[in-house]
Design a protein around this ligand. Structure first.
Ligand code: DQA
Length: 150
């Protein structure tokens, strides 16, 4: 199969990537990540759309939209990772597979970051590879879709 629609959703403060705590999150902006993913999508013959919102409700609406509108989702829930049962429930509600992604290694930082309420309902979780993690997530997700594992 080719032409899978991959939606890449980013939560609060990720619009500041490139300027925000570069020692933790690196220098790549969201536009840099979008450009890199467009290249990978071309290579894999799939389609990809990158979105960002600081608003929990918008992220939930986009997850609902992904139920019929996407074949897979890559989600960096940002701080919502650690406490949003509403986002967790939205992921559990839809049948579209969701990969959880973090730029930093959330297990090597403050204690509150080491707990994710999202991982249990995700297809998988990638963290600690910087902006390159988005590419890893896309390759893993497309591979799982094509192998019929999701
Ligand atoms: C993050 C990690 C979260 O703990 C944090 O709140 C973020 C970004 C990451 O990509 O490493 O905003 O999801």
């Amino acid at each position: 199969m080719a032409g899978e629609r991959i939606l890449v959703l980013n939560g609060p403060n990720l619009n500041l990537l490139g300027r925000r705590e570069p020692d933790v999150y690196g220098h790549a902006t969201l536009d840099d990540i979008r450009e890199r993913l467009d290249g990978v999508a071309l290579e894999l013959s799939c389609r990809c759309e990158v979105r960002q919102s600081n608003d929990e409700a918008t992220l939930i609406d986009w997850l609902h939209e992904a139920w019929d509108g996407a074949d897979g989702v890559i989600l960096n829930p940002a701080a919502f990772t650690h406490y949003s049962y509403a986002i967790r429930d939205a992921i559990a509600a839809i049948s579209t597979p969701v990969v959880e992604l973090h730029i930093s290694n959330i297990h090597a930082r403050e204690t509150f970051r080491s707990h994710s309420v999202i991982t249990a309902v995700a297809l998988g979780m990638i963290c600690g590879f910087g902006a390159a993690g988005y590419e890893v997530a896309m390759r893993g997700l497309v591979d799982a879709l094509r192998a019929g594992r999701v």
